[in-house]
Structure formats: structure tokens, C-alpha cells
Ligand binder design. Structure first.
Ligand SMILES: Cc1ncc(COP(=O)(O)O)c(C=O)c1O
Length: 389
């Protein structure tokens, strides 16, 4: 298998390709799908084999004994992130949007303010609102095309009604890998305002050369208010398996979270556990290294092409395969640049405002697709904005 292989995903109940016409009006036959965050690549052979073994055996009963699964998580976090995880700290949820919702349920009350550094992954605000909590948007600063954290402004903004901060680390869609100094400041901010800190690190394996991800758990003095969230799903392109991990070292927080899990009768799906156990392995690790080399090539082709179009500029990605493109320089209203992308270029890209304040002039493009499609996208965008040349 090569990352260059074009796999037609249409007609497979796939959100990314089968929903682009209903949601974005981008025609199914000619459209390029660059929105929701999954990749157009098959996962590594070790994951495929795990599913094949299940199919060969042919019995799909209840899963029992998660020792191997927990050991695989432990191994991955230790070898890839230098982070020692005790299996007792791990809760397996139905993915991390569910993990976020569970944290809101376990640690906050209706009406509480939940802090987000915006623009940020849109599902956070969705579950916060659906749970009857309030989104408190702390807008990041964009400093010469790079997002930074603006604690002085946010200290003045918070009013004491906030109880939780959800951090996205690395950041989607800003592409930042937060530095140790920034993470330390986030921890101090959480302490200063007495916030539970939920660190969503789902993109932690998707880091480009020259940057290294630091788990929030490595920042001192935050253990008693920290909830870590990780998953195999983004890294290995198995989002449909809906498995994520909420990892809590603090015994009191763990008891509260465990009580909510028990009350809701939650237990994981066996496909997800088999796939994740197989993924967190030396073979899986080698595949991720190859994947990042390929994505780095895509990132360069996409950035070079997009930044050559007058008025467009992409934020330089330190991590993730989600390119965040600023259209402000076109001088066009959002409706116009969005129309050109969806109707003229026939590309489905996520609308910036769904990521909150600061996203108004942006669209998010998923670049985890064969290189030929990246080149095609660049050509289409160049044509669609050709009158600006
Ligand atoms: C930061 C972040 N968290 C969570 C998710 C989705 O997690 P899940 O599919 O496990 O619900 C995404 C998907 O893009 C994401 O970017």
C-alpha cells in the first residue's frame, strides 16, 4: 500500500465524501472532499489484520480482559511520548467528543462557564451548549501567522463563573504544538481561575519535524486538576471505531469520572479495542513515521500553492493535517470566498466560524489525501481566485 493510492470512498456511508454534497453543495462526481478530519488512507497492516482475525473467527460477542489493550496504551505513551501511564488511570470512552461530554457531566454543573481558546475544534462548543453549560471564548492572538496565548487579556475577561478549560494540544485548527513554557502558563492560568484542565491530545502523534509534543501531564503542579484525553483514531485513521481514552491520575477526579461512566452503563466496542491494541505496536509506530513524512510533503505542496495565490495565506502547521487558510487578504466577504471554494473549485472545506471567534476569515482544508489530490486542489483554487493574480 502506498499513500499515493487513490481509494474511492464514495457510496460507503463515509461522512467525508458522501455528505459533501448534502452539506456543502459540492457535487459528488467532481468534488474534492477536504473537510472532516479523517484521512483517505488505509490504516497499517497490523490494524487490518486485527480486523481480519475477528472476521475469520466470526464471532462478535462481548469483549473481556482489557489487559493487552491497556498494556498497548502504556507502551505507546512511554515509547512515543515518554509518559508513564498507570493502567488504573484509563477510562475507555466512545471517542473523545464523548470523553469531553463525560468530563462536562462529571466535573461541571449546568450554567458553568467552560473556557475554550478559539478558534478551536467545533465539537467542544457543541457539547458544551448541548449540556447546558456556557462557552467562554478566549480568542487567541494571531501573531505573524502563528497563534499565541493571550493570558493578560483572558485574566481580565474571566469572571469567576468558569469551572473548566478545554485545551486542544496540539491545536486544531491553529496547527500549534504548544511549548513547555506555554503549557506551564496554561497550567498557571487554570490554577489561577480554579479550572479543571481537560487536555485533548488526540493529535499528539501527528507532529511535523522540528517540533515535539509535550504531554500536559509533564507539567508540574497540575495533577490534581488534570484530565488527559488521547486516542488511536486520528493517528491511524480509524475514527469509525469510536474509541478514546480519558486518563486521570488524580484519585478524586477519577472516582467522579468513574461514577458517571458507571451510571451511564458505558462500555467499549470490541472492534475499537482490537484495532487500537494492534495499532499501538512497533509496526504501527513505523507506519506513523512514514505517514508523517508523506503529510509533510503534502503540507509543503499545499502551502506553496495556496500562498502563491494573492490574498490567501495558510497558517504554518506544526502538527495535524488540517490546514487553516486565511482569506482576509482577498478583501472578499465570507460568502464570496466560500462560494468560490465550494462552487467554483468544487472543494468541500470546513467553514471558519464554526470554530468560534477568530475563524471568520478562514476555511479549514484536510490535506490527508493522496498528493495528486493536493495538487488538484491547488490548481482549482488557483483558477477560482485567478482574477486576483
Ligand atoms: C481536537 C479533537 N478532539 C476530538 C476529535 C474527535 O474525536 P472522536 O472521533 O474520538 O470523538 C477531533 C476530531 O477531529 C479533534 O480534532
Amino acid at each position: 500500500m502506498s499513500f499515493d493510492d487513490i481509494i474511492d470512498r464514495r457510496g460507503t456511508h463515509c461522512m467525508k465524501w458522501d455528505m459533501m454534497e448534502p452539506l456543502y453543495g459540492v457535487p459528488r462526481d467532481e468534488g474534492l472532499s477536504m473537510w472532516v478530519a479523517d484521512m483517505d488512507f488505509r490504516p497499517p497492516a497490523c490494524v487490518q489484520n486485527a480486523v481480519q482475525n475477528m472476521v475469520d473467527h466470526g464471532i462478535y460477542g462481548y469483549f473481556g480482559d482489557d489487559t493487552d489493550y491497556l498494556a498497548a496504551i502504556q507502551w505507546w505513551m512511554q515509547t512515543r511520548h515518554g509518559w508513564t501511564v498507570d493502567p488504573d488511570w484509563v477510562f475507555t470512552t466512545h471517542g473523545l467528543v464523548n470523553g469531553t461530554a463525560m468530563c462536562l457531566d462529571a466535573f461541571t454543573a449546568p450554567g458553568d462557564g467552560i473556557v475554550l481558546f478559539t478558534p478551536v475544534y467545533h465539537a467542544f462548543a457543541k457539547v458544551i451548549k448541548a449540556a447546558g453549560r456556557r462557552v467562554v471564548e478566549c480568542e487567541m492572538a494571531l501573531d505573524q501567522g502563528r497563534y499565541t496565548l493571550d493570558f493578560d487579556r483572558w485574566d481580565a475577561q474571566l469572571d469567576g463563573s468558569e469551572t473548566m478549560l478545554i485545551l486542544c494540544s496540539p491545536h486544531n485548527p491553529g496547527g500549534r504544538v504548544w511549548t513547555r513554557e506555554e503549557l506551564t502558563q496554561v497550567a498557571e492560568f487554570a490554577k489561577r481561575h480554579d479550572l479543571i484542565l481537560v487536555s485533548d491530545e488526540i493529535h499528539h502523534d501527528l507532529v511535523f519535524p522540528g517540533h515535539s509534543h509535550i504531554p500536559m501531564a509533564h507539567i508540574d503542579g497540575i495533577e490534581d486538576r488534570l484530565v488527559m484525553m488521547t486516542a488511536t483514531t486520528k493517528t491511524f485513521n480509524i475514527a469509525g471505531s469510536h474509541v478514546g481514552n480519558v486518563i486521570i491520575a488524580d484519585p478524586e477526579l477519577r472516582a467522579r469520572f468513574g461514577a458517571r461512566m458507571a451510571a451511564l452503563g458505558l462500555s467499549p466496542n470490541s472492534f475499537g479495542l482490537f484495532m487500537a491494541t494492534a495499532a499501538y505496536s512497533p509496526d504501527g509506530a513505523a507506519w506513523v513515521d512514514d505517514l508523517m513524512t508523506y503529510l509533510d510533503g503534502n503540507r509543503k505542496v499545499f502551502d506553496e500553492g495556496v500562498n502563491a495565490i494573492p490574498g490567501l495565506s495558510s497558517v504554518s502547521l506544526e502538527a495535524t493535517y488540517l490546514s487553516w487558510v486565511n482569506f482576509e487578504g482577498t478583501g472578499m466577504k465570507r460568502e464570496e470566498f466560500s462560494r468560490r471554494v465550494s462552487q467554483d473549485a468544487k472543494i468541500a472545506a470546513n467553514a471558519g466560524p464554526t470554530f468560534g471567534t477568530g475563524g471568520e476569515h478562514f476555511l479549514r482544508f484536510n490535506i490527508a489525501t493522496p498528493r495528486a489530490r493536493i495538487k488538484e486542489a491547488v490548481a482549482r483554487l488557483t483558477d477560482a481566485f485567478g482574477d486576483l493574480q
